[in-house]
Structure formats: C-alpha cells, structure tokens
Design a binder for this molecule. Sequence first.
Ligand code: MG
Length: 388
Amino acid sequence: MRKRRVILLGATGSIGDSALKVARDIPDRMEITAMAAGRQADKLAAAANEFRPGTLCLADPAGLPELRARLEYRPRILSGTDGLLEIARSPEADMVLVAIVGTQGLRPALAALESGKDLAVASKEILVMAGEIVMDAARRHQRMVLPVDSEHNAIFQCLEGRPPESVRRLVLTASGGPFRETPSALLAGVTPDQALRHPTWNMGPKITVDSATLFNKGLEMIEARWLFDVPMDRVDVVVHPQSIVHSMVEFIDSSVLAQLSHSDMCFPIQYAVTWPDRVPNSLRPLDFPALGRLEFSAPRTGDFPALNLAREAGQTGGTLPAVLNAANEIAVAAFLEGKTRFPGIWECVAAVMAAHRTIPHALLPEILDADAWARTEAAQYLTQHAQL
Ligand code: MG
C-alpha cells in the first residue's frame, strides 16, 4: 500500500478543508508534506500545527508575522508567487493538489509536472486556460493528471484508462443551480444573495455564482475535452438536480457507466490520492430506497447561454477558453458587488469573446496575455453597460 506524499496548494479554501478531512480519514495513505494558502494566516497555522508539514507558503507576505506567531513548530516558510512555485517543485512529495482559486495555480501546476510529480487538479482555470499545454507536459514527463472536480473524477473512474476511441460521449451532470426552474423573465432580477444559495453543493462564492449561470458546467466541458482527449461535440451536459450521479461515460457499444455517491468533495479527493486503489473510509454510503428517485432533464441552453459559449470556446481552443474564463471572473465579481445584473455576466462574456482574435495552439505567455486582455476588456464593457 503506497502512501501518497501530497503538497496541498489552497489549504484554507473549501477544497483544502475537504483535503485535510481526507488526510485525517486515511492517514496510512495520505501525508501532507507542504501546504500553501493565500492570505488566511490563522487558518494555515492551525492546519499546519495539526499536520506538521515541513514547508509552508503564504502567498500574501503581510500575513507572515501572524503565521510565525501562531505556529507551534518551525517549518520552512515561503511567500509570494515565487514561493508557490518553489513549494510546487519541492522534492519531498510525489503529488501536488492544486486547489487555488483563480489563475494563480497555473504555473505551480506546470512546475509540479515538470519536477516529476503527479498533478491532482481542483482549480478549473488550469485546464480551461491551458489544457493543451498541461496535458502535453504530463505526457512529456510521464506524469498523471488526476481530476479532483467531482464530474471529471467520476468520468476518470468510469473510463479507467480506456482509450478515447471507445467513448461515444462524456455526459457531465449539472445540478442546474438555484434557478433551474426560474422562468427566464425573472432571471434579470436575480440578486447575489439568491445566486449564492446552492441547492446541493457547499462551495466558495465565485464557483457558486458559476453554478447559477451554468458557467461552472461550461468550464467543466472545456476541462473534460482536454483531460480525456475527446472533441467538444462529444461532451454533453444533462441536468440532474439530486447531484448523486456525478457524471457518466457512454461507450461506442451504447453502454453507459456512471459514478454515484453523496455530494462531498472528500470522495473525488480520496480517489485521486489512492488511485488506482480503493480504500475504506468514514464516508457515508448511498441508501437507494431513501434516495427514492434520480431525475434527468435537458439544460435550458436558451436561458443560460454559458453552455453554448463554453462549447464555442472549447471547439475553437487556443486563447479563447482563457478569454471566456477571465471575462467571466470579472463579470462575476461585478455581479457580487452589485455592479451588473445577473444576465450581465454572460452578456459581458459573449461580448469579450466576440471582440477577441484567437491565437490557435497558444503558448503560455500568449494565454496569459489573452487573460490580461480579457480582464481589461470585460471591465470596460461592464463600465459602459452598467445596469443597476
Ligand atoms: Mg464540479
């Protein structure tokens, strides 16, 4: 039985919380050798005092005095963007779990693969922005990219290494978000408070709004395209409000495999860490009679344009997925600050995508340039189209 030595980037976020739970639950299989966080010095110190990793990184140097004061032992302490890269390269581990919100995780993810470690990827931005580059780096360094997102982890479990030629389509399930049944005429009046109430998953604010617009599912379509090397027209979405079936694979013989469990991120994190083994844990199994029914329906692509925008971005590839991602991030922040209406999010993304000149098979600097361009462009669009 192999014990995974894991570097956890994003230790204080919601995926970080779940990763620590898994480490507590299966200590014989998972050891955390290093941890990084953005700015929550107190929370990072508490986690570090419990797991005693040899290296810590706090991206925001302003919190370093507090981190040092709260630590009950003396680990190596790094800081800033360089610190994140250094920690991802540090030799005392064989896996890096990247769960940093936003685009900050991209370079550390590549550094992990380049330094010979497997990459467990929870941050969507990594594969959305640079899926082609990341998967290519994994092939060159003969390392695994293990998906931690529940949908992709489900597909990974169903595929178990079968080649893309045996797959007819990947079917991502979507909860449909809090506005699954909201009439289209009422979507314009949705408030941030309403958008932050997710029916089945408990997550951070950015991803919760993404679940409400369905941009979360759109980003996942693009991720799936790269992770499993399947063209965009073979990636489908079905609405499944119970969030029990986490995704499915339809094979060329029309058989479908699905992965089911309660909606708890500990499931995909554990499988990424213990793969290819399955090990017992304290997670609650499914009780089918208690579940009663599982429902499926088609997504309302007319009322939620995010899915078609993502399909277009994934099909075009190059710099366009990074542009979609960056514009969406800016628009979501504006919505949460009350600076744009709910439909303003996808209107902004569509406008920025339409204004972009895609560079095909882009290199990392071109992708980062496109990301920066899209942020500026989105901010300008939102100022010009302020709708309150
Ligand atoms: Mg997901």
